[in-house]
Each structure stands twice: as structure tokens, then as C-alpha cells.
Design a protein around this ligand. Structure first.
Ligand SMILES: [Zn+2]
Length: 341
């Protein structure tokens, strides 16, 4: 593979421009695996410099950046409808259903936020946590599984969430390999297509998407309240990450968004994986952004442009001011789309 044409090469360039002096730091090199060190020693100087940027990105990449941000973030509570609230600030948005059967959580955020999430949960009610549902396997939605399980929650998720959490899983777009999760963090109840839960006088429908952001995405509908958590099939007002390593793709994201649009009404409250609480209009805006940028990038790629040339042509320009202000930069998002067209 030509490194110039990889999504994470772009990410590494951005990292390099932020902190060039650390690229060849001894502590980075000392963390190289022995195998990798041996491989590096046979490479050219330029290749070693590139590989060292990989090491830097592994040490200071997107995943540690997300954890650092969660460690500092306040947890904000947004009451939605009936007994449903959202906690925002630790990785993905956490939905909470309170009541006599105990709290049911959708996603568990990062472990570094345990204390502040616990405070926010206590602020909602004194019910214990009894159930946890994961929208997909990613760390920013499942890292807190172990402590939430220890606090009393049984965990439910799609069968592929269990699969990815149970083994070592590499995400190329993050240049990160996740070790298997601890036993308590792994969902015990899993399903393939759909699953129904009745909890706190609420009917809750879980439904698997065709591969979209990953191959483990599910939606969670609170039927009486007309509230849906769509996980990372929606990043409301921000460019999304797409995990090609575990089944995601730009076309899958578009199909997932079309599916979301077909299941909601103007009254439905839509909880995105990331970003502020949304509605049907947010889904339509997200779909239009995905479709337009996909078309722009596909046209450039069809002309034979490399990823660098495609990024230089700024196929996302009309959207950057609004959508490019979070974790996934315009050039990274261009790379993610380029990989799938
Ligand atoms: Zn995700």
C-alpha cells in the first residue's frame, strides 16, 4: 500500500504538524514491539521516519485523545421525554431510563468518567443500575462496561459486539489494536437481528443495522416515548468516523441513515452517538452531507486522483465550517470516504 494513500497517513501528518519534536522521542521507540523494531532496522531513513510517526500516533492518537478529553469533560444531563435522559461528555452519548426495575443504560462511556457519570446518575434517581445495552463495540461506548457490570448491570448487545470485545481487534483508521475486554465487560445476552426488552413499564426494541459505521451497530427505540438512540450511525453536526476494519463503509453509513429516516417521524427524538440531541431534520441534513461528499470524492477518484490530490481539491469545503470542528477533520473524513468509493 502506498502510505500517501492511506487514511492514517493523513492523520499522522496532522499529528506531526502539531508536535514534530516528539516524533523520534526515545520513549516512543522504546515502546516498539521487538518484532517491529527488527522490521524497522531494515528500512530506509525515510521509512523509519514514517514508521516513527506511526509510533507517535499510537502513543498520542485518536483513542488517547478521546480518553484525555473524557477525563477532563463535565458530564451534562439532558432530560428528554418520560423517564429518559441523556448524559453527554464521556465518549458516546449515554441514554438512561430510570424506574422501579433499576436504571437501564445505553452505552457506558469511558472508565475515566466513572465518578462523574455516577454523580450524574445519582442526580437522576436513587435506582441501582440493572441493565446496560451497547449500541456497538467501540471503546468510547463500551469502555465503562466493566464497572457498570460490577455495579449490577446485565449487558445486552449485538453478537458482533461480543465478538469484537472478546478478541484482540485492530482499527486501522485509529491505528490502534484493542486487547480483549475483561470477562465482566463482555455482553452476556446477544442477538442477531432484533431483540425486545420490557423494563420500567417501557417497551424497548433493539434492531441490528446492515453494516454501517461497524458491523455491530444497533438502534434502540423507546416505543412509548418515541425516542431512538441510533448509536454512531449519526454524528449530529460533525463528520463521522467510519470503521472499515470491522465492517463499516461510507455506503453503509448512507444506507443506515436512509433506514433511520424511514423509521422516525417529525416528533421522534433522535439520540446520536456523538453531538447534540437531534431529530428527523438532523438525519436528513446528515444524509445530504454524506451523499454530496461521497459524490465529490468519487468523481475525483474516478479522474485518477490520489488521496493527497483528492484532499487538496477540498471535496468537503462547503461543509467544513459546520461539520469539521470535532475529532474527524475534513482531510480525515475525505480519506474515510475515499477508502469506500
Ligand atoms: Zn463508534
Amino acid at each position: 500500500m502506498n502510505p500517501e494513500n492511506s487514511v492514517f497517513a493523513i492523520f499522522h501528518k496532522e499529528q506531526q504538524s502539531e508536535a514534530p519534536v516528539e516524533l523520534l522521542a526515545d520513549d516512543g521507540l522504546s515502546q516498539l514491539s521487538r518484532r517491529r523494531f527488527i522490521a524497522l532496522s531494515s528500512l530506509s531513513v525515510a521509512a523509519v521516519a514514517f514508521a516513527s510517526r506511526l509510533v507517535f500516533a499510537q502513543n498520542k492518537g485518536i483513542v488517547p485523545t478521546m480518553i484525555d478529553s473524557a477525563a477532563k469533560a463535565k458530564i451534562e444531563t439532558h432530560p428528554l421525554r418520560r423517564n429518559i435522559s441523556v448524559l453527554e461528555g464521556s465518549g458516546g452519548n449515554i441514554a438512561v431510563l430510570t424506574g422501579k426495575d433499576g436504571k437501564l443504560l445505553i452505552d457506558s462511556g469511558f472508565t475515566v468518567s466513572k465518578l462523574r457519570i455516577t454523580e450524574a446518575l445519582n442526580g437522576l434517581s436513587s435506582d441501582p443500575i440493572t441493565q446496560l445495552i451497547n449500541t456497538h463495540w467501540h471503546i468510547d461506548h463500551t469502555d465503562g462496561n466493566a464497572w457498570v457490570h460490577s455495579a449490577g448491570a446485565a449487558i445486552t448487545a449485538h453478537v458482533n459486539t461480543k465478538k469484537h470485545l472478546s478478541t484482540s481487534t485492530h482499527v486501522e483508521g485509529w491505528q490502534y489494536t484493542f486487547p480483549p475486554a475483561s470477562a465482566g465487560a463482555i455482553p452476556k445476552t446477544v442477538f442477531d437481528d432484533g431483540y425486545a426488552v420490557h423494563h420500567n413499564d417501557t417497551q424497548i426494541a433493539l434492531k441490528h443495522y446492515a453494516p454501517a459505521h461497524t458491523d455491530s451497530d444497533i438502534s434502540v427505540v423507546f416505543e412509548e416515548a418515541d425516542v431512538i438512540h441510533v448509536g454512531d450511525t449519526l454524528w449530529n453536526g460533525i463528520y463521522p468516523f467510519i470503521d472499515y476494519s470491522t465492517g463499516g463503509s461510507i455506503d453503509g453509513m448512507i444506507r443506515g441513515t436512509e433506514h433511520n429516516l424511514s423509521t422516525v417521524t417529525d416528533k421522534t427524538i433522535v439520540i446520536p452517538g456523538h453531538g447534540p440531541i437531534g431529530n428527523k431534520a438532523s438525519l436528513a441534513e446528515f444524509r445530504d452531507m454524506l451523499v454530496t461528499i461521497r459524490s465529490n470524492v468519487a468523481a475525483l477518484k474516478k479522474q485518477g486522483k490520489s488521496l493527497s490530490e483528492t484532499i487538496a481539491a477540498k471535496p468537503t469545503a462547503a461543509y467544513d465550517l459546520k461539520w469539521g470542528q470535532f475529532l474527524i477533520t475534513p482531510s480525515m473524513f475525505t480519506g474515510l470516504v475515499y477508502s469506500g468509493v
